[in-house]
Write a protein that binds this ligand. Structure first.
Ligand code: 1PR
Length: 576
């Protein structure tokens, strides 16, 4: 969650300043630019702190998922004081600035309210500060032309997928203190912009991370800390980072991890397909090729458990992420489906890995004629604890339109949500069905030679996209859709396959290879996992960044840990 503008810091700067003299960038070159600090000091003063040890001040500028950091702080026994005025910043005992949402709108708010100035004064006075993600980037001069030490976008031409999403390893340098428990473990990143280490900032850098190049993953000077990763989403390790910031005297020690994290891990994701059953209860269900009803006389919806309980269990079991798909969202309006919002709220109270939610994200007019934009739906999901939202059917319509006209309208839910929340917060879920053909020229879509021929010996296939939970085929293939949604602002693709769903015979590696080789954003392989070997197969034969499964976890056939241990044996990096 961070900048979506090329030079994010410039918007933080008041109109009379340019980005190279922005107040907080001075922190990195104080000697040269001290006079501007003084200007702020003369206008604002910090009073000695006196409030309770268990209060933490939170600067929530109203964008994205701040519920996760709130939940993490409460979980650690702290109460939260929200910043209402610049004075609240100056009077804070300890201040957290969680960087979520897009940069420009957030910085506008800070500028208009005078909070930006107060923030700089607070930091300049070496008061306890923790910046997260954007909260790190704002300490730098962002101007891309100013050479090293600036914040810029990852360079996808270097062969890396942007956004950088997932669990990566840190090279911890100097005495960061808050990172003392991180050791050999992975932490969770989600961002497209990064700060580069340089001579000017080397005294500040407390850890770096490698993703195509070395970038700054944390800085520390005195009581001022900032991290590019999300501690509130990094499981127990992340909680220990927060704990050490909040209570530097805390002596809690994480058990040292024997295996050393060395690079971006392949993610193992647990997926919960959720819907209301015939009794009106919200249940986790799971279909075979998208049919979720029992093959019994009652024909009832399969009930595999309660969403919140299962999500908690998967968090404990080591899932790297959890996805909720409201599979009847296409016909029920999500904001009318309050139980799903409740599920997110309860889950995010004690599940500290990323949560994705999908189903029914689109513009909607209810029975009373009230119109809701997809942005409102997404906003409610983010507020309720989702880190990413996933769009299915509506992305198909947007992609069809885009291919027809060749122009972006900026109005689709995909475009709007990624503009406001950043593309790293928007997943597109594709539900394709394999269609065999004899000849690659039979259809105007991308056709591939399949590993296993079709029922009539067909050697080729295309993958037809569907909407409404697989009920309706559309005139667009998975390849065309993936390319289009990447252009429209998707940050990640969740690639299902109706033919493989629930079959336990392995992922459709032909399809996963096709899509993961065609786009520059991360691709999550989904549908068909039956054994740990299916996970290593998909990672060894395709460029998938993550693999998702549902049935084998719900039926307790294969524990998440067994999948990870198997991947480790195959020398595939995973978070343990
Ligand atoms: O179209 O924006 O309302 O979103 C609807 C969402 O719900 C989409 O993401 C779509 O994939 C999902 N969905 C709709 N109907 C079903 C269904 O099953 N009847 N579930 C459905 C899709 C597929 C995966 C599943 C994997 C792994 N489920 O999420 O979890 O295939 O399963 P497995 O490991 O058991 O093989 P919109």
């Amino acid at each position: 969650m961070e900048a979506t503008v090329a030079a994010p810091f410039s918007s933080f700067v008041t109109s009379t300043q340019n980005s190279s003299s922005s107040p907080c960038s001075l922190l990195l070159s104080r000697k040269n630019l001290g006079s501007v600090n003084l200007r702020f000091k003369s206008r604002l003063s910090v009073r000695a702190s006196s409030t309770s040890d268990s209060v933490v001040t939170l600067l929530d500028y109203g964008a994205g998922n701040v519920r996760s950091i709130r939940n993490a702080l409460r979980h650690l026994g702290f109460s939260i004081k929200d910043v209402q005025t610049p004075g609240d910043i100056l009077n804070a005992d300890r201040l957290i600035f969680p960087g979520v949402g897009a940069f420009a709108p957030a910085m506008d708010v800070l500028n208009k309210t005078g909070m930006g100035e107060a923030l700089c004064t607070y930091i300049d006075n070496d008061r306890p500060f923790l910046g997260i993600c954007l909260g790190l980037q704002l300490l730098f001069d962002s101007s891309e032309e100013n050479g090293p030490g600036t914040v810029g976008r990852f360079d996808s031409s270097a062969g890396i997928r942007v956004p950088h999403i997932g669990w990566n390893a840190l090279q911890v340098g100097k005495d960061s203190e808050i990172l003392d428990d991180v050791g050999n473990r992975h932490v969770y990143f989600v961002h497209s912009y990064r700060a580069i280490p340089s001579n000017e900032n080397k005294d500040w850098v407390s850890s770096t991370c490698h993703y195509g190049e070395s970038f700054i993953s944390s800085i520390r000077r005195g009581n001022v800390h900032a991290v590019q990763f999300h501690p509130e989403k990094s499981g127990e390790v992340g909680l220990s980072v927060l704990r050490r910031f909040l209570d530097p005297k805390s002596s809690s020690k994480q058990k040292p991890e024997e295996r050393k994290a060395s690079k971006l891990a392949k993610r193992v994701i647990a997926c919960l397909d959720v819907r209301t059953n015939d009794k009106g209860d919200l249940v986790v269900t799971k279909g075979d090729q998208y049919d979720v009803r029992e093959q019994s006389n009652e024909n009832e919806v399969r009930n595999l458990g309660k969403p919140v309980d299962l999500a908690r269990q998967y968090y404990k079991d080591g899932a790297d992420e959890i996805s909720f798909l409201n599979i009847t969202g296409f016909r029920d309006f999500p904001l009318g489906d309050l139980p799903m919002i409740q599920v997110l709220r309860y889950t995010s109270e004690n599940v500290f890995v990323p949560l994705t939610v999908g189903g029914g994200i689109r513009d909607f007019t209810d029975a009373t004629g009230r119109y809701y934009s997809s942005l409102e739906v997404a906003a409610e999901y983010f507020r309720s604890g989702a880190d990413k939202i996933s769009i299915g059917s509506d992305a198909v319509y947007a992609a069809e339109e885009f291919r027809k006209s060749g122009a972006k309208t900026g109005k689709s839910s995909l475009e709007q949500i990624s503009r406001v929340y950043g593309n790293q917060a928007v997943v597109v879920s594709i539900d394709p069905r394999r269609v065999y053909v004899n000849d690659p020229d039979d259809v105007p879509y991308k056709v591939i030679r399949v590993t296993n021929p079709g029922p009539n010996g067909e050697e080729y296939a295309w993958y037809q996209c569907t909407v409404s939970g697989g009920r309706e085929g559309r005139p667009i293939g998975a390849y065309e859709l993936a390319k289009a949604v990447e252009e429209l602002g998707a940050g990640e693709i969740l690639l299902n396959c109706i033919d493989c769903d629930g079959q336990g015979k392995g992922f459709d590696t032909d399809l996963v290879k096709l899509i993961s080789d065609s786009v520059g954003i991360p691709v999550i392989a989904s549908s068909g996992a039956g054994t740990p070997e299916h996970f290593s197969e998909v990672f060894e034969t395709t460029n998938a960044s993550a693999a998702l499964a549902a049935g084998i976890f719900h039926r307790k056939e294969v524990p998440i840990q067994s999948v990870k241990e198997h991947l480790l044996e195959k020398s595939i990096e995973v978070r343990m």
